[in-house]
Design a protein around this ligand. Sequence first.
Ligand SMILES: Cc1cc2nc3c(=O)[nH]c(=O)nc-3n(C[C@H](O)[C@H](O)[C@H](O)COP(=O)(O)OP(=O)(O)OC[C@H]3O[C@@H](n4cnc5c(N)ncnc54)[C@H](O)[C@@H]3O)c2cc1C
Length: 413
Amino acid sequence: MKNTRVLISGGSIAGPAVAFWLNRYGFDVTIVEKAREVRTGGQSVDFKGPTHHSVLQKMGILNAVKQASVADNDNTIINAKGRKIGVIPGAFSGGEINIPRGDLARIIYDLTAQTCEYVFGDSITTLAETADGIDVTFTHGAPRTFDIVIGADGIHSNVRKLAFGPESDYVSHLGYYYVLAGLDAGNDDVLYNEPGRMVGLGGPKAPAFFVFASAPLPPAHDDVNVQKQQVIDAYRGGAWRLPELMAKIPETSEFYMDSISRVTTNHYAKGRVALLGDSAYGNALGGFGTGLAVVGAYVLAGELSRADGDYAVAFARYEAKYRGYASVSQKINAGRLLAPRSRPGILGRNLLFTALKLFTPAMKAFGSPAKTSHSTTTPTSRRMTDRYGRPANPERRRAELKPLTTTQAREPS
Ligand SMILES: Cc1cc2nc3c(=O)[nH]c(=O)nc-3n(C[C@H](O)[C@H](O)[C@H](O)COP(=O)(O)OP(=O)(O)OC[C@H]3O[C@@H](n4cnc5c(N)ncnc54)[C@H](O)[C@@H]3O)c2cc1C
């Protein structure tokens, strides 16, 4: 096999998943991750449908993922006095398997830690393609040469910027930001809205979850203090417990903020460089990102192996097989559902979901796939029932992924 030296940028979900398969097929894999260690944190992410299930099984992690999975609780919608005014059914907000993102990241990292080279705390600075390979320089490490580079570094992908062009050509801001903050704020699965802003609380151990409407904010350049101030400004003058929650923001060490944005790419690959996961087809909080990353990793690595390392052939097949499947996530804007911009919008959303809740038992009686069959009820998962965070979006249910056929997503012989 040729072109066996592969560099992957990004050690979250897509990167380690493709590393697992490439290593199995005989490639030498290096992963460079800008964080100093595996990034845990985030809310639950979910897997839906037989293709997701089958790829997790082929990776040998289905049981571990199920063990770490959490229930899909309803969210009580409250008003400024804390009174219940509606409900978002858990059945509409998750998948068949819901797992805290950090637990999933840890499971896939553990699967690859002994067989792949991980370089934490570093980042690619330049990529220069030659006839024999691709020369890579790093912020800290010495320059190296690889045969293939995979950008699995998220919506704001560094590899995409270096190999394809500026972020503004590929990423659309959808008018909202989201924030996860460990505030030790109590309350189980409640959601409170004011026009253009939302907060969800899911118990003492779950991060508080904020979504607010905003035009693009000045770049924070990874400065968490700048981001914290941006959130505090966005929630100024709020009612309910917002003043108290905002007062806790400066002190928290668990903080993650990003825009709700969508990635649109005309091509997944250019020369020796391919994009995978959110860097290629991300749509923040759209509900499909993690499944698409894991299945995309399987397809991309499978094609590289099937083509004996001929990246041009493999990348073309990866894109031909995957673009249609990945497009499922592209229409959703979770911000609109989570933080409607007007009071009538909030009321309409509440009525819609409360009605859906009333119909859920009937749907279950008729064998609807809406409720999970894989959520575990271990003591751990009972403690971690923070299901408020997923966008409760019936569109996602309707858009249940069509399975890839065995020829589309097959393991190379
Ligand atoms: C800390 C964190 C929390 C998240 N929380 C949620 C959540 O609550 N709900 C949800 O739906 N989705 C969340 N996501 C996104 C979710 O993980 C992805 O949508 C999905 O799993 C696809 O994963 P991905 O690996 O393609 O991208 P991501 O998960 O975004 O991973 C990209 C990785 O690339 C790394 N990276 C970025 N730039 C560079 C660089 N220059 N050099 C090297 N590495 C780089 C990042 O540190 C990250 O580890 C979160 C992601 C992260 C990183």
